[in-house]
Design a protein around this ligand. Structure first.
Ligand SMILES: *Cc1c(COP(=O)(O)O)cnc(C)c1O
Length: 361
């Protein structure tokens, strides 16, 4: 008798990622505010570039992404050779784990940290270690206390998801100063565009040999469906990740769309401006209804209710009104709902719906 084939260590420890829901029974066109997408879509220039690229889809895409990396480098003032582009920043997160963490190694993330960190650590056979936050804010001292000789990677989303809180560059510098030689600090910048006055950790990346940042086209750039993100870090890390990157990991259409989106600076700036305005309105409106929330530095707001049952009831009420938000139960926040900032009329609908909910309970 032979034993059936078994997956590699860690694989069966993965709890499947739960994406933001997009359907409600009985509502043909629900308002989806569950995945922090750009409610205005993508830049029209990006859409045009993708349509144009489609006719060249018989050819294999670029293997080195040179045009996209040049555009990113130019717009953000980065060194093109230290950029690596992935199918979403998720792919970059996976490469980092695959390259630097394995059985016996620890990968640190925080209490309410992004669900992909433990998934990617397990996929590499490493052990994800969850460190407490302080009042929904990443606690750098707790992270430092959690570092052991087995720690290889430390992941922080700043601004964080689902809490939308931000830690300052002094805190990031304290953490970077405390990093042992064998550790990499990864600053996940999925929402940096929305955080006023924060450089996404760029100064730290430029100053250190062991700090990496990731960015995505999925949020501010409105291209979640296209799957493009990038990492930026020290040359030795980028060269390592390039060895495991598939040569054709980004399609011709994805490369064209992302490049055009990156170059359409005015369009993304306008989306960021409207988001800031609407975020303030949504936050203020929730507080007026007696629903607590922290100041958001992203494109969503985390609403806190008295308890899980109230959050569930609010979620159900919103669904009745055709509105889908995110219940971040798996993030240790069962009494909360994460609401993406929508178009002005969308946010009006959310506030009106929660207004009748609060009036009703
Ligand atoms: C949305 C998100 C990402 C982006 O993932 P992509 O693979 O680039 O779409 C990364 N990190 C966090 C914290 C996010 O919320």
């Amino acid at each position: 008798m032979t034993a059936p084939i078994r997956p590699q260590p860690g694989i069966l420890d993965i709890a499947l990622y739960q994406g933001g829901a997009s359907k409600i029974e009985g509502h043909a066109e629900p308002l989806k505010l569950s995945a922090n997408e750009n409610p205005f879509g993508a830049s029209p220039a990006a859409v045009e570039a993708m349509v144009k690229a489609a006719s060249g889809a018989n050819r294999y895409p670029s293997t080195d992404h040179a045009d996209l990396r040049d555009a990113i480098a130019e717009i953000h003032g980065l060194a093109a050779e230290r950029i690596i582009c992935g199918a979403g920043s998720d792919e970059v997160i996976h490469w980092l784990n695959q390259a630097y963490a394995g059985p016996g190694d620890e990968v640190l993330y925080t209490e309410h940290g992004f669900g992909m960190y433990p998934i990617a650590a397990h996929a590499a056979g490493a052990t994800p270690m969850r460190v407490p936050e302080h009042e929904r804010v990443v606690d750098v001292e707790a992270l430092i206390a959690g570092i052991t000789e087995r720690t290889r990677l430390i992941f922080i989303a700043n601004p964080s998801n689902p809490c939308a809180t931000l830690i300052d560059s002094d805190a990031l510098t304290r953490l970077a100063d405390a990093l042992p030689e064998q550790c990499l600090l990864i600053l996940d910048g999925a929402y940096v565009e929305f955080a006023e006055g924060y450089d996404g950790g760029l100064a730290l990346v430029e100053a250190r040999n062991n700090v990496v940042m990731t960015r995505t086209f999925s949020k501010a750039y409105g291209l979640g469906g296209l799957r493009v993100g990038f990492g930026y870090g020290p040359q030795h890390v980028i060269d390592t990740l390039n060895r495991i990157r598939g040569p054709f990991n980004l399609s011709t259409i994805a490369l064209a769309g992302a490049e055009a989106a990156m170059r359409d600076v005015d369009w993304v700036d306008e989306c960021i401006r409207v988001n800031a305005e609407e975020r303030a309105r949504l936050t203020g409106g929730l507080r007026q209804l007696g629903i607590a929330c922290d100041d958001s530095h992203a494109n969503f707001v985390l609403a806190r209710f008295a308890d899980e049952a109230t959050a569930d009831a609010a979620d159900a009420h919103l669904k009745t009104d055709g509105i889908i938000v995110r219940a971040p139960k798996s993030y240790g926040l069962p009494h909360c709902l994460r609401i993406s900032v929508g178009r002005p009329e969308d946010n009006g609908r959310v506030l009106a719906s929660l207004g009748t909910f609060v009036g009703a309970v």
